[in-house]
Design a protein around this ligand. Structure first.
Ligand SMILES: *Cc1c(COP(=O)(O)O)cnc(C)c1O
Ligand code: SF4
Length: 452
């Protein structure tokens, strides 16, 4: 197959996508309205190879990439629709969009204020250090994606409002911070999508991370949707080989390179070029792991997950996380009750062999940490959710079971109340949540306040 170039349609071009011409005008108008508020971007590969146009609008990949009316509240939708109908000015439309953004919880889980690391008294806004052993890095060249997902929790990165964004281009700040933090074993490149970067930019970061003084950094993770939204990145793009060589150098220098592939539906893995990309990435010695949120309209069916995990194991991909849709952006359209999330996870896990049961979840990435719903049961006559932290700001909470009153409507942590007449969860009591830093490798002065 020849080289396909990355042809992208953004919101102003939504009307020029040929396949949309067959849809009713009302639906096309609704897409225009929503795309004025939430990011829209789709490439030719997703349109031609992944979406099944005979099944639109129900097609899961269409739902994953094209704006849907239910993503906005009726009031917000009607407001934006009336502006478009009367051909309001660009400035007026933009101002209305910004006003709606503020209602959509742009920075869930306290990301912006609670996780920003400091180096020599300066905040480093292009990084997040929430969990002791893992640093998130947002390279400035990687703050868009090959296509945008409708459910995306990083949507403020893409709506052109700089005050809602974080990004960094500074290799010295990154390596300086890592050098001062021997407790960090994992660096996670994230975005946006770090794989939209040119290979030479990415290689620059990688080579800096391989310096001898950063020996404590064992694992380099790359969070990316490119494996399924633009597999050409690893096969036919002009710098595909250079990108793979950067992975290979890191592996050969002794790092574990984990390609954290975001895959929402098995259909995304079902093309020849995606299979080639998987093989080429695995040939570098990198391990591909997969994660995705559970979403209404896209993958809210145990059969989709069990088939996806089986397929991934067959292709050499390790299932890693099933997430609960976060409380941000178009949440209203995609969210599911926690009890339903748990049922889907349990049913999917029951249908696969142990090699697929490496997927943990359903997990909520909330302010105190990643909380997994382990089950629904009855203890001493009370129906409860059994919960545990998979990851926590306070490392001492990890893996400890705790309980919440069963609630059939709850969709997020904030809806839950402690069970058994308790008045707080373990992460809410200052005395007990205090971590003592007894690890000899921790430099207490360097650890963000919430761990001290
Ligand atoms: C999920 C996540 C990580 C990685 O956690 P692991 O459990 O090690 O995969 C790191 N930082 C943040 C902010 C996260 O949400
Ligand atoms: S690829 Fe990831 S960051 Fe980009 S739009 Fe999708 S979910 Fe968001």
């Amino acid at each position: 197959m020849g080289t396909q170039s990355l042809k992208i349609f953004a919101e102003s071009k939504i009307d020029s996508i040929p396949q949309l011409q067959t849809l009713p005008e009302e639906q096309r108008f609704a897409m225009r309205v929503v795309s004025r508020v939430l990011p829209f971007r789709v490439n030719q590969y997703v349109i031609d190879e992944l979406i099944d146009w005979s099944r639109v609008p129900e097609d899961p990949i269409f739902q994953l990439t094209f704006p849907q009316k239910g993503m906005l509240s009726d009031a917000n939708f009607d407001h934006m629709a009336s502006l478009l109908r009367r051909e309001a000015s660009k400035a007026e439309i933009k101002a209305a969009a910004r006003e709606i953004h503020t209602q959509l919880n742009p920075h869930p889980a306290g990301q912006k204020k609670n996780n920003v690391p400091m180096l020599a008294g300066t905040p480093l806004p292009g990084m997040q250090h929430k969990y002791r052993e893992t640093l998130l890095f947002f390279p400035v060249q990687g703050q868009s994606c090959h296509s945008y997902c409708t459910f995306c929790f990083r949507w403020p990165q893409f709506v052109g409002n700089k005050s809602l964004r974080f990004a960094s281009s500074d290799t010295d700040q990154l390596t300086g911070y890592l050098a001062q933090h021997p407790e960090i074993t994992d660096l996670l490149f994230t975005g946006g999508d770090p794989m939209v970067m040119k290979a030479h930019s990415f290689a620059g970061y990688i080579d800096a991370l391989l310096r001898p003084e950063l020996e404590h950094l064992r694992n380099i993770r790359i969070g990316s949707k490119s494996l399924t939204f633009w597999p050409q990145r690893f096969v036919t793009d002009p710098d595909a080989d250079d990108m793979l060589r950067a992975f290979e150098r890191a592996v050969q220098a002794g790092k574990h390179v984990a390609f954290m592939a975001h895959v929402n539906h098995w259909r995304e893995l079902d093309t020849d070029i995606c299979r080639q990309a998987i093989a080429r990435i695995r040939n570098t010695g990198a391990v591909i792991r997969s994660q995705a949120p559970l979403l209404r309209h896209i993958n809210d069916d145990a059969k989709i997950w069990s088939k996806m995990w089986r397929e991934q194991v067959k292709l050499g991909i390790v299932p890693y996380y099933m997430f609960v849709q976060r409380d941000t952006g178009a949440r209203r359209y995609f969210e599911l009750p926690l009890t339903r999330c748990y049922d889907i996870y349990r049913d999917a896990i029951q249908q696969v062999s142990g090699l697929s049961r490496t997927a943990r979840g359903p997990s909520m990435s909330a302010d105190p940490g990643k909380i997994e719903i382990q089950g629904v049961t009855e203890i001493a006559g009370e129906k409860v959710f059994v919960l545990r932290f998979i990851q926590a700001r306070n490392p001492k909470l990890v893996q400890q079971p705790f309980f919440a009153k069963y609630d059939e409507h709850a969709t997020w942590l904030k809806h839950l109340r402690p069970a058994f007449g308790q008045d707080h969860f373990p992460f809410e009591l200052p005395d007990e949540t205090e971590a003592t830093n007894d690890s000899a490798t921790n430099d207490a002065d360097q650890i963000p306040a919430e761990w001290n």
